[in-house]
Design a protein around this ligand. Structure first.
Ligand code: C5P
Length: 218
């Protein structure tokens, strides 16, 4: 029997990161934050001054990426970059480099390597459509753009950073548009995915709902 996968896809700040991590904990399964891989490539590219259009170089960077996930820390060539990959600059660059098929291809095997027993909760934009098309459960997590902008705003304020909610909303919409309209592996709800709108429910409730879906399918 293949290793079971729960694929959770959705737009920026839909809550999928937190929900997927908690669900993995609850199930005792492995967890893949695929966006972190795109962010790592973006960070490495920004530091080298590589253009976000340079598909060939970016693909090489993606293939050679020396990354280690150690608990909840992310190491790039031994350096802890857990916070460094979450800045708005890296977010924007990640969604720009993610349009290249060469980069996506280079990250494919790395993502599939996370599929180990007893199971995997994978989160991103194309988990159900491209990386794990045979996932036993596919979830499309959404929330209204207002709620998502507010969540991002709160996260930044809590970290002691300043932010403008209008500006955040614009950046969020620009990133969503790029993710939805790109030619390769665009963000979209798979026909066989269950939709969960988290606009008016909390993290625990969302985790509970998906946990129940896993149990009724398993
Ligand atoms: O999920 P997160 O916001 O960390 O992802 C950063 C960017 O990486 C996204 O805006 C998207 O462009 C890209 N990404 C992707 N495919 C994935 C995960 C992330 O294209 N599976």
């Amino acid at each position: 029997r293949p290793v079971p996968v729960v694929a959770i896809d959705g737009p920026t700040a839909s809550g999928k990161g937190t929900v997927a991590a908690r669900l993995a904990e609850r199930l005792g399964w492995h967890y893949l934050d695929s966006g972190a891989l795109y962010r790592l490539v973006a960070l490495a590219a920004l530091r080298r001054g590589l253009a976000t259009e340079d598909a060939a170089m970016l693909a090489r960077l993606a293939r050679d990426l020396d990354v280690r996930f150690s608990g909840d820390r992310i190491l790039l060539a031994g350096e802890d970059v857990t916070e460094a990959i979450r800045t708005e600059d890296v977010s924007a660059a990640a969604s720009r480099i993610a349009v290249h098929g060469t980069v996506r291809e280079a990250l494919l095997a790395r993502q599939r390597a996370f599929r180990r027993r007893p199971g995997l909760v994978a989160e991103g934009r194309d988990m159900g459509s491209v990386v794990f098309p045979d996932a036993e459960l596919k979830v499309f997590l959404t929330a209204s753009v207002e709620v998502r902008a507010e969540r991002r705003f709160k996260q930044l304020i809590d970290k002691g950073m300043s932010a403008s909610i209008e500006r955040l909303r614009e950046e969020l919409e620009a990133r969503d548009r790029r993710d939805r309209e790109r030619a390769i592996a665009p963000l979209q709800q798979c026909p066989d995915a269950l939709r969960l709108d988290t606009s008016h429910i909390g993290v625990e409730e969302a985790v509970e709902a998906i946990f129940d879906w896993v149990r009724t399918r398993g």
